[in-house]
Design a protein around this ligand. Structure first.
Ligand code: KG4
Ligand code: ZN
Length: 342
Protein backbone atom coordinates (compact mmCIF):
# COMPACT_ATOMS: atom_id res chain seq x y z
CA UNK A 1 0.00 0.00 0.00
CA UNK A 2 1.35 3.42 -1.06
CA UNK A 3 0.30 6.32 1.16
CA UNK A 4 0.83 9.96 0.25
CA UNK A 5 1.28 12.14 3.35
CA UNK A 6 0.56 15.87 3.40
CA UNK A 7 1.54 18.20 6.27
CA UNK A 8 0.50 21.89 6.23
CA UNK A 9 -0.43 22.68 9.84
CA UNK A 10 1.96 25.58 10.38
CA UNK A 11 4.98 26.91 8.48
CA UNK A 12 6.31 23.79 6.77
CA UNK A 13 4.88 22.25 3.61
CA UNK A 14 5.79 18.56 3.86
CA UNK A 15 4.89 15.68 1.56
CA UNK A 16 6.06 12.07 1.56
CA UNK A 17 5.31 8.68 0.10
CA UNK A 18 5.35 5.71 2.48
CA UNK A 19 4.86 2.13 1.31
CA UNK A 20 3.77 -0.64 3.62
CA UNK A 21 6.59 -3.20 3.77
CA UNK A 22 9.05 -0.98 1.88
CA UNK A 23 9.28 2.10 4.09
CA UNK A 24 9.74 5.70 3.09
CA UNK A 25 10.03 5.99 -0.70
CA UNK A 26 10.40 9.77 -1.09
CA UNK A 27 9.87 13.01 0.76
CA UNK A 28 9.93 16.74 0.09
CA UNK A 29 9.91 19.60 2.57
CA UNK A 30 9.63 23.31 2.06
CA UNK A 31 10.19 25.54 5.09
CA UNK A 32 8.69 29.04 5.22
CA UNK A 33 11.31 30.28 7.70
CA UNK A 34 12.58 33.05 5.41
CA UNK A 35 9.06 34.27 4.73
CA UNK A 36 8.24 34.73 8.42
CA UNK A 37 11.71 35.73 9.71
CA UNK A 38 11.20 39.44 9.02
CA UNK A 39 8.09 39.40 11.26
CA UNK A 40 9.77 37.45 14.08
CA UNK A 41 7.05 34.77 14.05
CA UNK A 42 4.58 32.90 11.85
CA UNK A 43 2.04 35.15 10.07
CA UNK A 44 -0.95 32.80 9.53
CA UNK A 45 -2.32 34.37 6.33
CA UNK A 46 1.11 34.37 4.67
CA UNK A 47 1.58 30.75 5.74
CA UNK A 48 -1.68 29.65 4.07
CA UNK A 49 -0.87 31.49 0.85
CA UNK A 50 2.58 29.95 0.68
CA UNK A 51 1.19 26.44 1.21
CA UNK A 52 -1.14 27.09 -1.75
CA UNK A 53 1.87 28.06 -3.89
CA UNK A 54 4.12 25.19 -2.83
CA UNK A 55 1.97 22.13 -2.21
CA UNK A 56 1.15 20.98 -5.75
CA UNK A 57 4.69 21.51 -7.15
CA UNK A 58 6.06 19.58 -4.14
CA UNK A 59 3.69 16.65 -4.80
CA UNK A 60 4.83 16.62 -8.45
CA UNK A 61 8.49 16.61 -7.36
CA UNK A 62 7.73 13.84 -4.88
CA UNK A 63 6.21 11.59 -7.53
CA UNK A 64 9.17 12.25 -9.86
CA UNK A 65 11.57 11.43 -7.02
CA UNK A 66 9.72 8.14 -6.38
CA UNK A 67 9.44 7.52 -10.12
CA UNK A 68 5.73 6.76 -9.75
CA UNK A 69 2.55 8.20 -11.22
CA UNK A 70 -0.34 9.50 -9.10
CA UNK A 71 -2.32 6.35 -9.89
CA UNK A 72 0.18 4.34 -7.80
CA UNK A 73 -1.15 6.05 -4.64
CA UNK A 74 -3.58 3.89 -2.62
CA UNK A 75 -4.54 6.41 0.06
CA UNK A 76 -3.84 9.98 1.17
CA UNK A 77 -3.10 10.94 4.78
CA UNK A 78 -3.18 14.62 5.68
CA UNK A 79 -2.89 16.69 8.85
CA UNK A 80 -6.46 17.47 9.89
CA UNK A 81 -5.40 19.39 13.02
CA UNK A 82 -4.46 20.91 15.35
CA UNK A 83 -2.82 23.94 13.73
CA UNK A 84 -3.55 27.16 11.87
CA UNK A 85 -6.98 26.88 10.25
CA UNK A 86 -6.02 28.48 6.91
CA UNK A 87 -2.88 26.37 6.63
CA UNK A 88 -4.75 23.17 7.56
CA UNK A 89 -7.44 23.89 4.98
CA UNK A 90 -4.86 23.97 2.17
CA UNK A 91 -3.67 20.42 2.93
CA UNK A 92 -7.18 19.20 3.73
CA UNK A 93 -8.70 20.44 0.47
CA UNK A 94 -5.77 19.22 -1.63
CA UNK A 95 -5.93 15.76 0.00
CA UNK A 96 -9.71 15.45 -0.30
CA UNK A 97 -9.77 16.69 -3.91
CA UNK A 98 -6.95 14.39 -5.01
CA UNK A 99 -8.49 11.41 -3.19
CA UNK A 100 -11.85 12.11 -4.83
CA UNK A 101 -10.26 12.34 -8.29
CA UNK A 102 -8.29 9.11 -7.78
CA UNK A 103 -11.19 7.41 -5.99
CA UNK A 104 -9.07 6.38 -3.00
CA UNK A 105 -9.53 7.02 0.74
CA UNK A 106 -8.35 10.20 2.44
CA UNK A 107 -7.56 9.97 6.14
CA UNK A 108 -7.24 12.98 8.48
CA UNK A 109 -4.35 12.57 10.92
CA UNK A 110 -3.84 14.31 14.27
CA UNK A 111 -0.59 16.26 13.98
CA UNK A 112 0.60 15.12 17.42
CA UNK A 113 -0.10 11.48 16.51
CA UNK A 114 2.25 12.05 13.58
CA UNK A 115 4.96 13.31 15.96
CA UNK A 116 4.23 10.49 18.43
CA UNK A 117 4.69 7.72 15.85
CA UNK A 118 7.71 9.31 14.11
CA UNK A 119 10.33 7.38 16.20
CA UNK A 120 8.88 4.16 14.74
CA UNK A 121 10.04 5.30 11.29
CA UNK A 122 13.64 4.61 12.32
CA UNK A 123 15.55 1.33 12.09
CA UNK A 124 15.22 -0.80 15.22
CA UNK A 125 11.99 0.95 16.31
CA UNK A 126 10.84 1.00 19.96
CA UNK A 127 8.08 -1.46 20.92
CA UNK A 128 4.75 -0.63 22.59
CA UNK A 129 3.96 0.21 25.34
CA UNK A 130 5.91 3.43 25.88
CA UNK A 131 5.64 6.89 27.35
CA UNK A 132 5.84 9.68 24.76
CA UNK A 133 7.16 13.12 25.63
CA UNK A 134 5.78 15.40 22.92
CA UNK A 135 7.47 18.79 22.87
CA UNK A 136 6.61 21.12 20.02
CA UNK A 137 5.82 24.78 19.41
CA UNK A 138 2.18 24.35 20.41
CA UNK A 139 2.18 21.36 22.76
CA UNK A 140 3.99 19.80 25.69
CA UNK A 141 2.53 16.52 26.84
CA UNK A 142 3.28 13.14 28.31
CA UNK A 143 1.24 10.33 26.76
CA UNK A 144 0.83 6.67 27.71
CA UNK A 145 0.94 4.80 24.39
CA UNK A 146 -0.14 1.16 24.32
CA UNK A 147 -0.60 0.84 20.54
CA UNK A 148 -1.56 2.67 17.36
CA UNK A 149 -4.57 4.84 18.28
CA UNK A 150 -4.34 3.97 22.00
CA UNK A 151 -3.20 7.21 23.65
CA UNK A 152 -3.85 8.26 27.24
CA UNK A 153 -2.84 11.75 28.24
CA UNK A 154 -0.77 11.69 31.45
CA UNK A 155 -0.08 15.41 31.71
CA UNK A 156 0.35 18.55 29.64
CA UNK A 157 1.29 22.18 29.96
CA UNK A 158 -1.07 24.55 31.72
CA UNK A 159 0.22 27.54 29.73
CA UNK A 160 3.11 27.87 27.25
CA UNK A 161 4.50 24.89 25.35
CA UNK A 162 8.22 24.14 25.71
CA UNK A 163 8.92 25.25 22.11
CA UNK A 164 6.89 28.41 22.65
CA UNK A 165 8.96 29.18 25.77
CA UNK A 166 12.16 28.73 23.71
CA UNK A 167 10.76 30.98 20.96
CA UNK A 168 9.56 33.75 23.31
CA UNK A 169 12.77 33.72 25.35
CA UNK A 170 14.87 33.86 22.17
CA UNK A 171 12.86 36.87 20.98
CA UNK A 172 13.36 38.56 24.34
CA UNK A 173 17.13 38.08 24.02
CA UNK A 174 16.99 39.52 20.48
CA UNK A 175 17.91 36.22 18.77
CA UNK A 176 16.98 35.33 15.19
CA UNK A 177 13.76 33.53 14.29
CA UNK A 178 13.13 30.60 14.66
CA UNK A 179 13.99 31.02 18.31
CA UNK A 180 14.44 27.42 19.48
CA UNK A 181 17.49 26.53 17.38
CA UNK A 182 19.03 30.04 17.85
CA UNK A 183 18.71 29.85 21.62
CA UNK A 184 20.07 26.29 21.65
CA UNK A 185 23.12 27.41 19.63
CA UNK A 186 23.81 30.34 21.97
CA UNK A 187 23.36 28.12 25.03
CA UNK A 188 26.34 26.03 23.89
CA UNK A 189 28.55 29.10 24.59
CA UNK A 190 27.15 29.84 28.03
CA UNK A 191 27.52 28.74 31.64
CA UNK A 192 24.18 27.19 32.69
CA UNK A 193 24.99 27.57 36.38
CA UNK A 194 25.86 31.29 36.50
CA UNK A 195 22.24 32.33 37.17
CA UNK A 196 19.63 30.42 39.13
CA UNK A 197 16.47 29.36 37.27
CA UNK A 198 13.38 27.67 38.77
CA UNK A 199 12.24 24.16 37.76
CA UNK A 200 8.48 24.92 37.57
CA UNK A 201 5.99 22.51 39.15
CA UNK A 202 8.61 19.91 40.01
CA UNK A 203 8.17 20.21 43.78
CA UNK A 204 4.56 19.05 43.68
CA UNK A 205 3.17 15.72 42.50
CA UNK A 206 1.68 15.26 39.04
CA UNK A 207 2.75 15.38 35.43
CA UNK A 208 1.60 18.88 34.49
CA UNK A 209 3.99 21.51 33.15
CA UNK A 210 4.07 25.30 33.26
CA UNK A 211 6.64 27.36 31.38
CA UNK A 212 5.27 30.89 31.43
CA UNK A 213 6.82 31.70 34.84
CA UNK A 214 10.22 30.61 33.58
CA UNK A 215 9.87 33.00 30.67
CA UNK A 216 8.96 35.86 33.06
CA UNK A 217 11.88 34.96 35.32
CA UNK A 218 14.19 35.19 32.30
CA UNK A 219 12.77 38.56 31.27
CA UNK A 220 13.32 40.03 34.75
CA UNK A 221 16.85 38.63 34.89
CA UNK A 222 17.72 40.00 31.43
CA UNK A 223 16.33 43.45 32.28
CA UNK A 224 18.44 43.50 35.46
CA UNK A 225 21.59 42.53 33.55
CA UNK A 226 21.05 44.48 30.30
CA UNK A 227 23.27 47.41 31.34
CA UNK A 228 26.21 45.24 32.46
CA UNK A 229 29.52 45.29 30.53
CA UNK A 230 29.69 41.69 29.33
CA UNK A 231 26.17 41.49 27.86
CA UNK A 232 27.18 38.98 25.18
CA UNK A 233 28.44 36.51 27.78
CA UNK A 234 25.48 37.23 30.07
CA UNK A 235 23.10 36.54 27.20
CA UNK A 236 24.80 33.20 26.51
CA UNK A 237 24.74 32.33 30.22
CA UNK A 238 21.03 33.19 30.45
CA UNK A 239 20.32 31.09 27.33
CA UNK A 240 22.24 28.15 28.85
CA UNK A 241 20.54 28.52 32.25
CA UNK A 242 17.09 28.77 30.67
CA UNK A 243 17.68 25.76 28.43
CA UNK A 244 18.95 23.64 31.33
CA UNK A 245 15.91 24.62 33.43
CA UNK A 246 13.52 23.49 30.64
CA UNK A 247 15.46 20.27 30.06
CA UNK A 248 15.72 19.48 33.76
CA UNK A 249 12.00 20.08 34.25
CA UNK A 250 11.12 17.84 31.31
CA UNK A 251 13.50 15.14 32.58
CA UNK A 252 12.05 15.18 36.11
CA UNK A 253 8.52 14.72 34.75
CA UNK A 254 9.65 11.99 32.35
CA UNK A 255 11.27 10.04 35.17
CA UNK A 256 8.06 10.41 37.17
CA UNK A 257 5.93 9.21 34.22
CA UNK A 258 8.19 6.17 33.78
CA UNK A 259 7.84 5.31 37.48
CA UNK A 260 4.07 5.80 37.35
CA UNK A 261 3.53 3.55 34.30
CA UNK A 262 6.30 1.06 35.07
CA UNK A 263 7.32 1.15 31.39
CA UNK A 264 10.96 0.79 30.27
CA UNK A 265 10.67 2.77 27.05
CA UNK A 266 10.44 6.53 26.56
CA UNK A 267 10.18 8.25 23.19
CA UNK A 268 10.71 11.97 22.62
CA UNK A 269 9.28 13.76 19.59
CA UNK A 270 8.23 17.19 18.30
CA UNK A 271 10.45 20.15 17.35
CA UNK A 272 12.15 20.56 20.75
CA UNK A 273 13.12 16.89 20.51
CA UNK A 274 15.74 18.05 17.97
CA UNK A 275 17.58 19.81 20.82
CA UNK A 276 20.89 17.97 21.25
CA UNK A 277 21.32 18.98 24.87
CA UNK A 278 17.87 17.57 25.71
CA UNK A 279 18.74 14.34 23.91
CA UNK A 280 22.03 13.96 25.81
CA UNK A 281 20.40 14.77 29.15
CA UNK A 282 17.48 12.34 28.77
CA UNK A 283 19.80 9.62 27.51
CA UNK A 284 21.83 9.96 30.72
CA UNK A 285 18.71 10.00 32.94
CA UNK A 286 17.38 6.91 31.13
CA UNK A 287 20.66 5.04 31.57
CA UNK A 288 20.68 5.85 35.28
CA UNK A 289 17.01 5.08 35.90
CA UNK A 290 16.80 1.93 33.75
CA UNK A 291 14.75 3.03 30.75
CA UNK A 292 15.52 3.29 27.06
CA UNK A 293 15.03 6.60 25.18
CA UNK A 294 14.32 6.75 21.43
CA UNK A 295 14.02 9.77 19.17
CA UNK A 296 13.29 10.27 15.50
CA UNK A 297 16.23 11.70 13.50
CA UNK A 298 16.28 15.49 14.14
CA UNK A 299 14.59 16.38 10.82
CA UNK A 300 11.68 14.11 11.75
CA UNK A 301 11.33 15.86 15.13
CA UNK A 302 10.26 19.08 13.42
CA UNK A 303 7.26 19.10 11.10
CA UNK A 304 7.45 16.88 8.01
CA UNK A 305 5.27 14.88 5.63
CA UNK A 306 6.89 11.51 6.40
CA UNK A 307 5.35 11.24 9.87
CA UNK A 308 1.88 11.92 8.43
CA UNK A 309 2.26 9.37 5.60
CA UNK A 310 3.54 6.84 8.16
CA UNK A 311 0.74 7.47 10.70
CA UNK A 312 -1.79 7.18 7.86
CA UNK A 313 -0.30 3.88 6.71
CA UNK A 314 -0.34 2.43 10.25
CA UNK A 315 -3.96 3.50 10.75
CA UNK A 316 -5.05 2.12 7.38
CA UNK A 317 -3.31 -1.24 7.82
CA UNK A 318 -4.83 -1.51 11.33
CA UNK A 319 -8.27 -0.80 9.81
CA UNK A 320 -8.50 2.30 12.00
CA UNK A 321 -10.17 4.87 9.83
CA UNK A 322 -13.65 6.04 9.09
CA UNK A 323 -14.94 3.65 6.40
CA UNK A 324 -18.18 5.57 6.08
CA UNK A 325 -16.59 8.89 5.25
CA UNK A 326 -17.74 10.94 2.27
CA UNK A 327 -15.39 12.32 -0.33
CA UNK A 328 -15.33 16.09 -0.49
CA UNK A 329 -16.18 16.82 3.17
CA UNK A 330 -13.59 19.26 4.54
CA UNK A 331 -13.15 18.77 8.26
CA UNK A 332 -10.03 20.64 9.38
CA UNK A 333 -9.77 20.91 13.18
CA UNK A 334 -7.60 23.80 14.44
CA UNK A 335 -8.25 22.66 18.02
CA UNK A 336 -8.35 18.93 18.51
CA UNK A 337 -7.46 17.32 21.87
CA UNK A 338 -5.35 14.19 21.40
CA UNK A 339 -7.51 12.22 23.85
CA UNK A 340 -10.56 12.77 21.61
CA UNK A 341 -8.92 10.64 18.93
CA UNK A 342 -10.84 7.50 18.03
O1 KG4 B 1 7.05 20.22 15.92
P1 KG4 B 1 7.40 21.56 15.38
O2 KG4 B 1 8.26 21.63 14.14
O3 KG4 B 1 6.11 22.38 15.08
C1 KG4 B 1 4.99 22.34 15.89
O4 KG4 B 1 4.22 21.35 15.79
O5 KG4 B 1 4.88 23.28 16.71
O6 KG4 B 1 8.09 22.35 16.57
C2 KG4 B 1 8.55 23.64 16.41
C3 KG4 B 1 9.11 24.11 17.74
C4 KG4 B 1 9.46 25.59 17.72
O7 KG4 B 1 9.00 26.17 18.93
C5 KG4 B 1 10.98 25.57 17.65
O8 KG4 B 1 11.58 26.72 18.21
C6 KG4 B 1 11.31 24.33 18.45
O9 KG4 B 1 10.33 23.40 18.05
N1 KG4 B 1 12.65 23.80 18.14
C7 KG4 B 1 13.65 23.73 19.04
C8 KG4 B 1 14.78 23.22 18.36
N2 KG4 B 1 14.42 22.98 17.06
C9 KG4 B 1 13.10 23.35 16.95
N3 KG4 B 1 13.69 24.07 20.34
C10 KG4 B 1 14.84 23.88 20.99
N4 KG4 B 1 15.98 23.39 20.41
C11 KG4 B 1 15.99 23.05 19.11
N5 KG4 B 1 17.11 22.57 18.55
ZN1 ZN C 1 4.68 19.78 14.90
Amino acid sequence: MHVLGIETSCDETGVALYADGQGLLAQQLYSQIELHAQFGGVVPELASRDHVRKLLPLIRELMTQANLSLTAIDAIAYTRGPGLIGALLVGTSMAEALAWALNIPAIGIHHMEGHLLAPLLEDDPPAFPFVALLVSGGHTMLVDVTGVGAYRLLGETLDDAAGEAFDKTAKLLGLAYPGGPSLAALAELGDPLRFRFPRPMTNRPGLEFSFSGLKTHTRTLWEQQATADDTDQIKADIAAGFQLAVIDTLAIKCRRAMQQTGYRQLIVAGGVGANLSLRRHLQAVGAKSGFQVNYPRPEFCTDNGAMIAFAGCLRLTAGQYDHGYQHGVLDARPRWPLDQLG
